[in-house]
Write a protein that binds this ligand. Structure first.
Ligand code: B12
Ligand code: SF4
Length: 500
């Protein structure tokens, strides 16, 4: 069978700072290939919708699978499915990924038969079985598979992560993948899942709060196969278990692999497992992202970050001592007024770290989707990208965006302004001479992407597909298990719980 896998277009954030390879789709591709199918991959972060039509026209796939990790991509994928169904009615169309797993039936209803099914949960085990079952009414009895006619049991959790190394050869124009100065940059996965349970996040609910590791040998072998000099480690929280990180590092040394790395972790993990971060610094880890989320105790409690402001600040000091370039995230609440923006702006200007802002957003799959008592002001999927306010703002909406963009641009100038550019200019030039211009382009794009008008006007675009709002907003938190996509296995949950 010929199968085309498609990653949708980039969201706002990716237009500037980064563009990364669709690792999940590449792993699903490996599983499908192993079952004997011919697979192609098209990444609309790089290619256009016209390229998509051409690919379908020339490759003539029997099945097309769309990846929907991001809620904001839902309308684009439905439109693609509807158009594809119209032009190539015999092609089997399916979708899977993080966000769509929480709203499978809702999306199928929007698509009105254009999507044959949605796959909830991880794709590696089920995708080949799904292709085998095309045309068979038992399709909707497969684990994790949802059709308009029915729904199978809970999705299967992949016990052994080693088995499906990503088919990176399928991603074309790989030089387009980058993050900041790590240009070009590939991605790799060392662990999957998160043992914590922050109220605003769906990483833990997707995996049923399980936490799994790729074996050190397989993880190092995978990184060794990467041709790019830089690697983005996609783990939700890197190096929760220090011995795992150390073992992978030793394997990399044994294989004489030398790369530059970027990863994301928690402040308490950095404090607790300092030695593994120091070791990886020597291996080439220069950049990290720490999800600070808030500066005050009360907000951290509200987010259930299970950390104190003091620990957060100590972690920043440790990161500086080790010599990392750190980006941190702060969640801006729609209830913020000028004063709160100013407090965070002032703080951000006093620290050397790169400070990012996201807007507090209840997503399906998160606890706050059910407990948030404020009413959603929009049901437009496209605005659920943590850069737009979907809850009532205290300031008039355009003033809120004015403050948000002002804060972002002050911080942007701190790192990309003329003074900062003196240090990065040589690097940008070196990359450009090698034909790598992603970083250079990023330096000029900020103004065209982050704009008060653009963000405000996004709220008035015609709404084609309306999200299904939470059933009874503001009630007590649902049972944790009711939030899960994967139910996990008791052993995996025990492993996760032992992590903190
Ligand atoms: C790495 C990562 C990124 C990377 C790269 C993403 C990329 N190129 O795909 C970067 C840093 C770019 C990124 C950016 C953002 N991210 Co992000 N990201 C992640 C993270 C941590 C891991 C994703 C990953 O690679 N996992 C490993 C691979 C192997 O798994 P996977 O992609 O999920 O794929 C598996 C399944 O989902 C499924 N699957 C996936 N696709 C398909 C398709 C088919 C057909 C099938 C059958 C199955 C299937 O099978 C795969 C194998 O098991 C997730 C959290 C998480 N744990 O999932 C957040 C997450 C997906 N991101 C999130 C957000 C909010 C963002 C941003 C909007 C943040 C921002 N500040 O603006 C941006 C938007 C990016 C964009 N699309 O333009 C949210 C999504 C929220 C939502 N409901 O929409 C998540 C869930 C994090 C969170 N804490 O809530 N992200
Ligand atoms: S620690 Fe990070 S990945 Fe884990 S639940 Fe909290 S925000 Fe999500």
């Amino acid at each position: 069978m010929r199968v085309l896998l498609v990653h949708p277009s980039p969201l706002m954030y990716s237009e500037i700072y980064l563009r990364l390879e669709p690792l999940g789709l590449e792993r699903v591709a490996t599983a499908i290939r192993a079952a004997g199918h011919e697979v192609r991959l098209l990444d609309l972060q790089i290619f256009t919708h016209r390229d998509y039509s051409n690919a379908v026209e020339t490759f003539r796939p029997d099945a097309i699978g769309f990846s929907v990790n991001y809620l904001a991509n839902v309308p684009e994928v439905i439109d693609l499915a509807v158009e594809t169904r119209r032009r190539w009615p015999r092609c089997f169309l399916f979708a899977g990924g993080h966000s769509i797993s929480f709203i499978a039936r809702e999306v199928l209803e929007h698509a009105r038969g254009a999507l044959d099914c949605v796959v909830r949960g991880e794709g590696e085990l089920i995708a080949p079985r799904l292709l085998e079952a095309i045309g068979d009414p038992r399709l909707s009895t497969l684990p994790g598979v949802v059709t308009l006619d029915g729904e199978g049991p809970a999705p299967l959790l992949l016990e052994d992560l080693d088995g499906f190394p990503p088919a990176r050869d399928l991603a074309r124009r790989r030089h387009k993948y980058f993050i900041g100065v790590l240009d070009p940059c590939a991605s790799a996965e060392l662990t999957r899942g998160c043992p914590w349970d922050c109220s605003f996040c769906s990483a833990w609910t997707f995996y049923g709060r399980s936490y799994r590791r790729v074996s050190p040998a397989a993880a190092a072998a995978d990184i060794a196969r990467i041709s790019e000099p830089n690697v983005f480690l996609v783990d939700d929280v890197a190096f929760v278990h220090p011995e795992h990180g150390l073992a992978i590092g030793h394997e990399l040394e044994r294989l004489r692999v030398r790369k530059q790395y970027y990863l994301e972790t928690r402040c308490d993990v950095l404090l607790r497992n300092r030695e593994v971060f120091e070791y990886w610094r020597r291996l080439g880890l220069h950049y990290m992202f720490l999800g600070l989320e808030a500066l005050d105790e009360e907000s951290l409690k509200l987010h259930r970050k299970r950390i104190t402001p003091n620990e957060n600040l100590r972690a920043l000091e440790v990161a500086r001592e080790i010599g990392f370039t750190v980006a941190v995230n702060i969640i801006a609440d729609p209830s913020w007024d000028e004063r709160q923006f100013a407090v965070v702006r002032d703080w951000a200007m006093t620290v050397p770290e790169i400070v990012h802002f996201t807007v507090a957003t209840p997503y399906p799959g998160t606890e706050i989707w059910h407990t948030e008592s404020r009413r959603l002001t929009t049901l437009d999927y496209r605005l659920f990208d943590v850069q737009h306010a979907v809850l009532p703002t205290r300031l008039p909406l355009d003033r809120f965006y004015e403050e948000l963009v002002k804060t972002q641009s002050v911080l942007n100038r701190k790192h990309l302004g003329v003074a900062a550019l003196r240090t990065t200019a040589a690097l940008a030039l070196r990359l450009a001479l090698r034909g790598q211009t992603n970083f250079l382009r990023m330096l000029w794009k900020f103004g065209s992407v982050y704009s008060r008008e653009r963000q405000y006007n996004d709220h008035f675009k015609p709404l084609k597909y309306s999200m299904r709002p939470p059933e009874a907003p503001g009630v007590a938190p649902p049972r944790t298990r009711d939030l899960f996509v994967h139910l996990g296995s008791p052993a995996r949950r025990a492993d996760a719980e032992s992590a903190h």
